[in-house]
Structure formats: C-alpha cells, structure tokens
Design a protein around this ligand. Structure first.
Ligand SMILES: [Zn+2]
Length: 694
C-alpha cells in the first residue's frame, strides 16, 4: 500500500488516514461496511511488505529486516486500531459477524509470517551476528525479542516438527474450548431448588430475590434456587444458617468439571498437560513451565516457587489462627463440629461483622465519579508533571466519550486520552485500557518522526439520574485508578520501536504500573481533597478510613492459602517432562501436591483442576497463575520506595519511576528496569505486610 493513496484503492480513506481533530480517526466518516474490504486490503498489503523484506536481495541489516518488520503492515495497524476498540466499546451485529470471520483469518495470517523461512533466516543471521552490529541497547533488545518470538513459534523446526507443532496447537485449542464449555455447562445446569421457608434462614433480602429469579428462570416459580454463579453461591455460603444446605451446595460448586461422564474435564487435563510438555520439548525446553516463563520477569519455575513458598508458610500459619477464631464461634453457637470448607465463609463473615462493622453504603456518598477522575489526573500531574486539557468539541465513536489532550511539562502534546466511563448495551462488561495507536519514534513514509499514543479507558459505571452525581464504591474507585495506571503506561511510553512500546511487556510485569497507581487512591492528601461528601462537601471521616484499612487485612490467611495452593498446583503440572506427563491421573497428582504442601483441611484450592479455567481453557495463565501475586510483590515494594522518603509524591522517586517503568515499555529486561528504579530487586516484605502476613 506504500505510496498509494487509499482513495485510489476504492477503500474509504478515513479508515487509514486519520484526519479527525488531535489526530483521531474521523469516526463519523467510517461505516461498518468499510472494515471488511479494509482488512482484506490491509492483510494483503502486510504480506506484501513481509515478502519484500524476506526476498530483499541485499545482505540482511537491522534496518532492512528488523526495522522493516516494525514498519510493515501500517494499514493493518490503523484498521485494527479502530476495529478492535469498537468491538469492545461500541459493537453491533455487523461488527460481531466480521469479528468471528476475522479471528481464524488473523491467526492464519500471523502463522504464515512466523513460518516464512527466508524471513526467519534473515532474522536468525542478524541474531547470530548481533555482537558485531553496533546496536544500542534498545535495538539489541528488539532484535532478541523478535528472534525469540520466531523461535517460540517454531521457526527453527524441521518441516515434520513444524507440522507436529501445528497439530499440537490445534488440538490444545480445541481441548481448551471444550474445557471451558464443560465448566460453563456444569455451572449453568446445576440448581439446588429450595422449597421450604426454613431453607432461607439467614439470607439477606437481595440474595433471596436473586434466588427467586434464578428459580423462576428454571421453571420453579415461587421457589428459590442456589446456582453456581459466584454472585449466588458465595453469598449463600456466607449467609445461610443451614449447614446441611451449605454442604450440599459447596460440594456441587467444587465439583464443576467432574460431575458427569460426558463433560468430564479430567481426561482433557491429562491430555493438555501431556501435549504442553511435548510442545515445550519440541521447542527445546525441559518443561512447559520453563517455556512459558522464559520471557517473563520471573524467568524460571524456581523463582516462582521461591515466592509462592515464602507466602505459603506464612499464609498457612495465619489461616490456622483464623480457623481457631472460627472454631471458637462455632462452639459459642453451641455446635459441636470442626471447621469444614463449607463453614469458613459463614463464620468468617460473623467475625468480620463483629470486628470491623461498616458497609459500602457509608462510604459511597464520598466517592463521586467526577471527583475521582479528577483525583487520578491530579495524581499523574503531581507525579509526572503532565497535564490534561479537555476538548468538549471533539466527537469520537460515542457522545459519552470524553477527549483530553495530554501535555508534557514543556507544554507539548504527548498523548490523547479518551475516557469512556458509562455502561451501554453496545459495550462489553468489565473495565480496561486499550489504544487506538501506540507510541513510537520511527519516521514514516511521509517523513513524520514517530507518533504519540491515543489511549482509552473503558468502564461500565451506571449513570445517575439527571442532576445527581454518579457515586461509586471503593472497589470501583480502585478499578478507575488501576485502568488509569495502565493508561499512563501507554501514554508515558518513550521508546523508538512500536512493538516494545507501552504495555508490551511480560505478563508478570504488565500489572505493575496499574496496581502501583492504585496506591495513590488511598494517600491521605488525595482522599481529603477528592473523597468529599456529595452534599456537604466534607472529606471522608478518618474513622471510616481506619475501619476500611483494618478490614483490608481480614481473612487473608484463607485468601492466600486458596490462591497459593492453586498457583503451586499449576506450576507442578507444568514442570513435568514429557515422560513424567505421560498417563497422569490429574486428581491423584493434585492430591499428592496438596498433601506435600500440607494443605489445611478447612480450605480448598480457589480453582480445583477440573475447573481451573485460567490454566486449562486456553494458554492464558498456564504456568502463570502466580503472576497475580508476583505483580502484588512488585507494586507493594515499588510504593514503599515513596513511603521510605516520607512523601508519596517524592520528585526524585517519581522521576525514576517514570523513566524506568512507565516510559520504558519492553525496551529493557523487566528485572533490570526494576533494579534501575528501586536500586535492588523487589522483596515480598511489603506485600506480606499489606496482607497482614508479616
Ligand atoms: Zn490490569
């Protein structure tokens, strides 16, 4: 497509030449029907770019191969930037149909590229000679990452091995889909129908009405149903006074994925574990865990086990203390039984209510969405010297979307930020950050030197009635700060090459900028200024904050035991060699691992193997469930750098944070980046303290 105006191709130029204000796409000029021909053309153009690189008769250089790969597919980047944001935030039937059609096409497209042998040979030759190329650190890292991504996709394998790898990948994909569909079916089919009045003992009214609705949906009008959706089963186990019913419901809940012969996930797990081990061996790794961890900050299964092991011992001790509290309550209530897993939530809620009495409705009047958005901007201004200028006249894909120009300390535009805060039927649920365009400094065909990022935060807050402020919960406020932390990671990015910009970092590092930013929400000066009562304007009372702070450490033994045991079982499955992974019985394997750990009898894994979707319905968090805790270590330790100075906005610390973490993208190894910021590797101390496990 290079050099040819889009209008001459019959495509809508608005889709590739973004001509709206602030460099945004001219959304109103783009129709749904423009996307399909644009993708067709963009995919063809990308492949043409790739072929030109692969078939270049000149000796491979960093510029004509690696940089050329970075530049390739410019139109595809533009079209994708608009399309994937719309399918998340403002979709419709036409976009969804195209999305289904595109998914397999895109996966074929990218595997064609990594399997292109002449292309890989050029990359491989550069990598072999990398010491002689005179590259700067960022270019050197890009070369290494590019080479590794080819290797990890099997570029170096023989034809026969490549064919076997493709076969394995395909089989793993269908095993993953089958796994999650089985869990879903088990979850949606099960219902414990309650008919007697006494069956509802202890349940709050809101739960009773959801259970009535769930029963009606299943043709049991007038009765109540306990279903396995978290929004029903968890409060049921918490509030039901009926120990017999708690036991029945709990047992059904933890048996998802192994309840019926036709939906049994256990053989699927066995096959998945075996194939993953075989895949890792094909690619030259001892185990699947080593393969998955190779491009992360943790790097090795040993490093992961070290962290999990440290937390495990402390969590188990804390959980034993918590269990003793529960036993006491059980005895006080005149019962004579040990704490069973179906008792834990019930009695711990009684302990919580007695010790930390407060609820969300007391906090909410102080949490106005508009004030908290201001608070997030204000925090970024204080830390990084950037500022936000609102553009009320700029229209995007939906009238609710707010547009801000983000200016650096020198007054130059460094990013555009879109805030899309309210729920609507055309929007996917959840909260996320994504980009229309990422940052980089490569000059393009027209000689423009790089581009500034266009970043969006998408949330699903409910609008308030006209004239009233939108009030949110503390959890929502945390989500707002979390996603804004990701947004800053995109906006502060300051690297040369697009594929390592902003949030293009490893899975166990990407939550650091977001989780770290959450800490500023509860800094006293931010709360005093921005958590103000919507009627009186008074700051949130200290007493309420103290209660919230104390409650945050409650029941953490339980939470960390259920999490850490799951993470350790995940690691154990994926540390197996192909020989060890042949013919395993997943449930006895799980039992052995737990027995060796000394799993408390009162608590079960947060996700037992037959419904451990993070790990078995697709690749996503396989050998990676630990990363939630890893990020927790990083953000707690990183915030402590500010606490140690006595100033949560300490300038020198903020400068280092910006330079080495928020601006660096994937341009350095995450461990080196962290050390550059903190002066040392992270320790779990701050996390353990935050969790009350120190
Ligand atoms: Zn996140």
């Amino acid at each position: 497509m290079a050099g040819q105006a889009l209008s001459e191709t019959g495509l809508n130029p608005a889709i590739g030449e973004w001509s709206g204000p602030l460099g945004l796409p001219a959304f109103s000029a783009i129709k749904d029907s423009d996307f399909e021909p644009a993708f067709d053309a963009a995919l063809r153009a990308h492949l043409a770019d790739i072929d030109a690189i692969a078939e270049n008769s000149q000796v491979p250089t960093f510029e004509n191969t690696i940089v050329a790969l970075e530049r390739a597919g410019a139109l595809l980047t533009k079209v994708s930037g608009i399309f994937w944001n719309l399918t998340g935030a403002h979709t419709n039937d036409a976009l969804q149909a195209l999305e289904r059609k595109l998914s397999p096409e895109l996966s074929r497209h990218y595997s064609t590229i990594v399997m292109n042998r002449p292309l890989f040979e050029r990359v491989d030759r550069l990598y072999e000679n990398r010491d002689t190329l005179g590259l700067d650190a960022e270019a050197d890292r890009l070369l290494e990452l590019t080479w590794k991504s080819f290797i990890r996709s099997g570029a170096k394998l023989s034809d026969a091995d490549q064919a076997r790898l493709a076969e394995i990948n395909e089989r793993l994909a269908s095993l993953g889909t089958q796994f999650s569909q089985n869990v879903l079916a088990d979850e949606s089919e099960y219902a414990l129908i309650l008919e007697a009045e006494g069956d509802l003992a202890g349940l709050p009214d809101t739960l009773v009405s959801s259970m009535a609705a769930a029963a009606a949906e299943r043709g049991h009008d007038g009765n109540h149903a306990v279903t396995l959706s978290r929004s029903i089963i968890e409060p049921f186990l918490t509030f039901s006074e009926r120990r017999d019913l708690r036991e029945t419901a709990f047992k059904a809940w933890v048996a998802r994925g192994e309840t019926s012969a036709e939906r049994d996930n256990r053989p699927l797990v066995a096959e998945t574990v075996r194939l993953r081990a075989e895949k890792a061996a094909l690619l030259g790794y001892d185990s699947f865990a080593q393969f998955k961890l190779d491009d992360t900050m943790a790097k090795t299964p040993e490093a992961v086990r070290d962290l999990l092991g440290t937390v495990w011992e402390k969590a188990r001790n804390r959980a034993a203390e918590e269990a003793a509290d529960l036993s006491e309550l059980i005895a006080e209530a005149g019962h004579n039984h040990a704490v069973a897993p179906w008792d834990w939530r019930h009695y711990s809620e009684k302990v919580r209510a007695a010790r930390y009495a407060f609820n969300d409705t007391e906090v909410k009047p102080y949490l106005q969405l508009e004030k908290l958005i201001e608070a997030a901007f204000h925090t970024a201004e204080k830390l990084f010297g950037i500022s936000f200028r609102k553009h009320d006249d700029v229209r995007t894909y939906h009238p609710d979307v707010r547009v801000f120009e983000v200016l650096d300390a020198n007054g130059e535009r460094m990013a555009v930020f879109l805030g899309d805060y309210f729920a609507r039927p055309s929007k996917r649920s959840g909260a996320w950050m994504s980009q229309f365009q990422g940052q980089h400094k490569l000059a393009n065909d027209s000689g423009e030197a790089g581009q500034t990022p266009i970043v969006v935060n998408v949330m699903n807050f409910a609008k308030a009635p006209a004239g009233e402020p939108v009030l949110i919960t503390m959890d929502d406020a945390r989500t707002l700060f979390h996603e804004f932390g990701h947004a800053l990671h995109g906006m502060l990015s300051d690297v040369t090459y697009p594929s390592i910009a902003g949030t293009s970092v490893s899975r166990d590092f990407v939550e650091l900028p977001s989780q770290l930013f959450e800490h500023w929400l509860t800094v006293p000066q931010i709360l005093q200024q921005f958590a103000v009562h919507h009627r009186t304007g008074e700051s949130i009372p200290q007493e309420l904050l103290d209660k919230m702070k104390a409650a945050a450490k409650f029941n953490k033994g339980f939470a960390n035991v259920e999490f850490t045991s799951s993470a350790l079982v995940d690691m154990a499955f994926h540390a197996l060699t192909p020989e060890q992974a042949t013919d395993i019985d997943p449930m006895s394997f799980q039992s052995e691992v737990l027995a060796e750990l000394g799993m408390p009898t009162e608590i079960v894994m947060r996700h037992a193997t037959p419904h451990f979707g993070h790990v078995f319905s697709g690749d996503g968090y396989s050998a990676g469930y630990y990363s939630y805790m890893w990020s927790g270590v990083l953000d707690a330790d990183a915030f402590r750098a500010f606490e140690e100075t006595g100033d949560p906005f300490d300038g020198a610390t903020a400068d280092k944070l910006r330079r080495h973490i928020y601006a660096a993208g994937g341009s350095t190894d995450p461990e080196e980046a962290y050390i550059a910021f903190r002066g040392r590797l992270p320790t779990p101390d701050a996390l353990l303290e935050k969790e009350g496990l120190a």
